[in-house]
Design a protein around this ligand. Structure first.
Ligand SMILES: Nc1ncnc2c1ncn2[C@@H]1O[C@H](COP(=O)(O)OP(=O)(O)OP(=O)(O)O)[C@@H](O)[C@H]1O
Length: 809
């Protein structure tokens, strides 16, 4: 979650700092490079400044509120404008209003700004209490014609903003010239989306060419209705010219009955049009929310990260990159995946994305290693498994097509499986190289959670690095050394000692001092981490029951062609099948929204409301809404015939990583497990939230948490204590109960493995290979990379394992 690092300077420690200020972002590095006995990184200080933090989401998304009121309505006819009355026109003109202005007074059909404002302020409810008002409604025949303007001659074109990036905001006053055209017909819209941007016919071609090609967006469902054009005309007819305006009095028939009849007719027509308009705008709104929500500001990779990415993507090397918690392994893996997808854009099946567990696989949009391989539980011998795969055309095809295999959270893959898969690859692909010549990209930290021992087996599972084929499968082992998660170098060092299982007395005292209770007065409570799921569920349920008020239940919508496979794939998904919430519930966001609202952000449910209500109220508390606006909210909420549109969703006050509080209406999001071809095997639509008073350590792996409470008395597995405590970003936000040295168990064989890396580093140092801890291993017969001086005994072998086991008991 933490993205800023402060310069610390000072003397080198086991986490020497190499901070730098990068633009608006101040950075602190907690460098653990000394753990690998290497000098401090020289190049890492050249990191490119981070991209500007603001995103479209903060300004435009209707379901995310920062300090700015929401202003999103693509066609300039949004609910917000109705609520905000003329204010919205004082500050910024709606596109239609601007269009009218462009036309000047000579355009008879173009309404003035004040007419537009009056028109959009109009509400059905206004009619019911205005008995004395006599109106005549005249349906317009068409939209106002587009004024003929020479390019560059109009005020608007002169003031046109620079081309927007796909994350930048185009406010109403900065709309692209294309926005001033009448809305396209659905068929045109569809054709336009299918065409390459450069070929799109447009009077604003120049402007369009400079705008990046947008992601193809689905049309709102109601646009498919027949006859679509008719509906569109109806919607268009409700645009400013269609609204009866008091400044244009007709010839009145002033009899009471005539007035009543006119009012009734007007009301009916208006209701029909409002309803159509609502469906159109809500459809758009849904789409817009999706597209904004999924955007996130890119993190600028450090030099270490860039180096590894280039080894993988440009040089096609098999790489295992590792490093302590918070060094950006997941961030790097996501960047690598993105680049590999681009590299193999013509044949996406060349890249297989996998992880050791379902949860980890979901986090990177992949499948489990077992599923990829098509081996079921994989307990049989290699020959039996090969036969099984050959009977499964999809699995066989995956093995044959894959060029790059991504494996995340390798610490939970056991050596036996690693060797079996390597052998299977050789047989199925008829290629004698490990894994049949597939390029491997592996990440994880063996000091974190270990492989789960098979039930019934007495033997402790072996780590993947202990596999016989490990060394020959990997070209480079690289350690990331720059800690991003913890800003405080002292805390980062305490965690590193813990990781290595070598805790000094000072660190013991420091951790013991963290047993005090945490108090914050911003309403956000501490997340408690437990080793088992049962403890987590019971703790969360107790807290939920203790809250007064109505319970809101949200069931996921799960899809997938094969129900058995679907359920299996969805079983480990972070998004739960059902979530119950109440006002006051503490929740955690489980999707990245932008650079400050990320997977792991904590918040409190402060209300429940529909999307349209949220759009009008801007996420404000009831007390902030004027009574007139409330009446309008009710009016429009009633106008929504769509059941989904009336559904109430939780409004969550999130504590963003930049210290701000942001109110977000959390609507369902999509999670998919898909094959590289894009075929969806399973999908879940659910709120991006889980209850977060308590979390399991297993689920917390990979997360960044601001406030954490851990009782080490309950920890039973090696690596658990380190995973739990290293989720915290600072000592200030960490409470540790029952800290004992003996509870912090680093696995001796893991220590030994990492010590080997530092030995390798000293060899690599001689090569002056730069700042990266890189351990290059030669494949048999491969003359590349391996320095001839490297002693053979650097390979990890079973003899050494045995020694280590004896030495450490
Ligand atoms: N290059 C970077 N610049 C700024 N922040 C970064 C960078 N890389 C990672 N981070 C941030 O550091 C934090 C930890 O990153 P990440 O989760 O990828 O680490 P990790 O090594 O995978 O941790 P863990 O092993 O605990 O899962 C995140 O908040 C992430 O946004």
């Amino acid at each position: 979650m933490q993205q800023s690092r402060k310069p610390t300077g000072g003397k080198p420690s086991s986490f020497p700092s190499n901070g730098q200020s990068t633009g608006s972002q101040t950075k602190t590095q907690s460098n653990i490079s000394t753990m690998f006995n290497k000098p401090h990184l020289a190049n890492s200080s050249k990191a490119t400044p981070a991209a500007p933090a603001k995103t479209a989401l903060q300004h435009r998304s209707p379901n995310i509120i920062n300090s700015n009121p929401p202003r999103f309505f693509p066609k300039g006819q949004g609910l917000a404008s109705l609520y905000k009355q003329s204010d919205s026109f004082k500050e910024e003109e709606a596109p239609e209003a601007t269009e009218a202005t462009k036309g000047g007074a000579a355009q008879p059909s173009a309404p003035s700004v004040s007419e537009l404002a009056a028109a959009v302020q109009f509400s059905i409810e206004d009619l019911s209490d205005d008995e004395s008002l006599a109106l005549e409604f005249q349906a317009p025949s068409a939209l106002p014609s587009r004024p003929q303007q020479e390019p560059g001659s109009s005020k608007i074109e002169q003031n046109e903003p620079p081309p927007a990036s796909n994350t930048s905001v185009i406010s109403w006053s900065q709309s692209s010239p294309s926005h001033y055209r009448p809305p396209p017909r659905p068929s045109e819209l569809m054709a336009e989306q299918l065409q390459p941007a450069a070929k799109r016919p447009s009077p604003d071609n120049e402007a369009q060419e400079s705008v990046p090609i947008k992601k193809k967006r689905q049309l709102p469902p109601n646009w498919d209705r027949q006859p679509a054009d008719q509906d569109l005309k109806e919607v268009q007819s409700t645009l400013p010219t269609s609204t009866p305006v008091k400044t244009n009095p007709p010839l009145w028939n002033t009899t009471e009955s005539a007035v009543k009849a006119q009012k009734k007719q007007l009301k009916t027509q208006q209701q029909q049009k409002e309803s159509i308009k609502f469906e159109a705008t809500l459809g758009d709104m849904h789409q817009a929310m999706k597209s904004h929500v999924s955007k996130s500001a890119p993190i600028v990779l450090s030099d270490e990260q860039k180096y590894i990415k280039s080894l993988v993507v440009e040089q096609g090397q098999s790489v295992f990159f590792t490093g302590p918690a918070g060094t950006g392994k997941s961030v790097l893996m996501r960047a690598i995946i993105q680049d590999l997808k681009k590299k193999y854009i013509r044949d996406p099946e060349r890249v297989a994305i996998t992880a050791s567990t379902g949860l980890a696989a979901c986090n990177i949009g992949g499948m489990t290693l077992h599923s990829f391989a098509g081996i079921g539980l994989g307990k049989e011998d290699v020959n039996t498994l090969v036969k099984k795969i050959r009977r499964n055309p999809k699995a066989k095809n995956r093995w044959l097509k894959t060029k790059v295999l991504i494996i995340d959270e390798i610490s939970m893959v056991d050596a036996e499986l690693f060797d079996k898969l390597s052998q299977i690859g050789r047989i199925i692909r008829n290629n004698g190289r490990p894994w049949g010549g597939i390029q491997l990209v592996i990440t994880g930290d063996f000091f974190q959670l270990p492989p789960v021992p098979e039930s019934g087996k007495t033997r402790e599972a072996k780590f993947a690095f202990e596999a016989a084929t490990w060394n020959m499968s990997i070209d480079h082992t690289i350690a990331l050394t720059e800690v991003f998660r913890q800003k405080d170098p002292e805390f980062a060092e305490m965690l590193n000692e813990m990781r290595l299982g070598k805790i000094s007395d000072k660190t013991v005292r420091n951790f013991q001092a963290l047993s005090r209770p945490l108090h914050f007065d911003d309403g956000l409570e501490v997340t408690e981490l437990f080793p088992t799921r049962q403890e987590v569920d019971s703790s969360n349920q107790k807290r939920l029951q203790a809250l007064a008020g109505k319970t809101y239940r949200y069931d996921s919508v799960d899809t997938g062609s094969d129900p058995v496979l679907r359920d299996k794939l969805l079983a480990n998904m972070m998004a739960p099948p059902t979530i119950e919430l109440k006002k006051g519930a503490q929740v955690m966001l489980i999707k990245n929204m932008d650079d400050t609202l990320v997977n792991g952000s904590l918040g409190t449910v402060i209300d429940f409301m529909t999307e349209s209500t949220f759009e009008i109220r801007g996420g404000a508390d009831d007390s902030d809404v004027e009574s007139d606006a409330k009446r309008r909210i009710r009016s429009f909420a009633n106008a929504l015939s769509n059941k989904e549109a009336n559904k109430e969703y939780p409004l969550v006050r999130f504590h963003a990583v930049d210290g701000t509080q942001r109110n977000i209406l959390c609507v369902p999001e999509d999670w998919k497990v898909e094959l590289p071809t894009g075929e969806v095997q399973a999908a879940r639509k659910q709120l991006p939230l889980i209850l977060a008073w308590a979390l399991s350590i297993h689920k917390a792996q990979g997360q960044t948490l601001e406030r954490v409470k851990v009782d080490l008395g309950k920890v039973f597995e090696k690596g658990q204590a380190y995973v739990a405590l290293s989720r915290a970003t600072s000592q200030k936000g960490l409470q540790v109960l029952n800290f004992q040295k003996s509870k912090v168990m680093a696995h001796p064989r893991v220590i030994q493995f990492y010590n080997k890396l530092s030995t390798a580093e000293s060899v690599m140092k001689k090569k002056a290979a730069g700042s990266i801890t890189s351990y290059t291993i030669r494949r048999p017969g491969d003359p590349r990379a391996l320095p001839p001086t490297r002693p053979q005994d650097e390979r990890y072998d079973d003899e050494q394992n045995e020694e280590a086991r004896i030495a450490y008991g």
